[in-house]
Design a protein around this ligand. Structure first.
Ligand code: GNR
Ligand code: NI
Length: 180
């Protein structure tokens, strides 16, 4: 497995639409495994392919309350209710904001084996699924902030981004080793 660099806000790939995966091959599984390794090293609960510079329609999720899983070509087939909650993003470190999301979503996707699956989610899993699926369509949580909060978030980011030359967040192997 390999640790991948995380792209941060400013990298145009975060704004691109992804391409559906035509077949879940070993190469796709390798991407999934590398994304899990990267997500754990960065201490995230989810990670989408554009965040590691890839345009396959793939994301990985581990919110801790069930087995970690990959979603390939995910589609939201039901969204209901509405709830506000705080979000952050590995691609916008140290920036947080409240986002209104559907409280429950049902998502259809392929799993790591290429098998169709359906996830019925509420709470943090629902929020995380919506956040990752947004990434697969070039959308970021800051896009939902109102004018004032968005300006504050971007002002904070203007300082933070100096830490990430080339819009690249390099995770150190120590961060991998320290994760259990
Ligand atoms: O680690 C993450 N935490 C998080 C918290 C609230 C809502 C969404 C998330 S996802 C984020 C990791 C990430 O950036 N995934 O794209
Ligand atoms: Ni994110």
């Amino acid at each position: 497995m390999s640790l991948l660099d995380v792209r941060v806000l400013g990298d145009p790939i975060l704004r691109q639409e992804t391409t559906p995966v035509a077949a879940v091959t070993d190469a796709v599984r390798r991407l999934v495994d590398d994304m899990f390794e990267t997500m754990y090293a960065a201490k995230g609960i989810g990670l989408a392919a554009p965040q590691v510079g890839r345009l396959e329609r793939v994301a990985v999720i581990d919110v801790g309350e069930r087995e970690p899983f990959a979603i390939i070509n995910p589609e939201v087939v039901l969204a209901e209710g509405s709830i506000k909650g705080e979000e952050g993003c590995l691609s916008i470190p140290e920036v947080y904001g409240d986002v209104e999301r559907a409280s429950r979503v049902v998502v259809r996707a392929l799993d790591r084996d290429g098998k169709p699956m359906e996830i019925d989610a509420t709470e943090i899993l629902s929020r995380c699924l919506q956040h990752e699926i947004d990434h697969l369509h070039g959308k970021l949580f800051i896009d939902y902030l109102g004018t004032f909060r968005r300006r504050s978030a971007l002002a904070k980011w203007a300082k933070e981004r100096e830490k990430y030359p080339g819009n690249m967040r390099k995770l150190s192997p120590a961060e991998v080793a320290s994760h259990h």
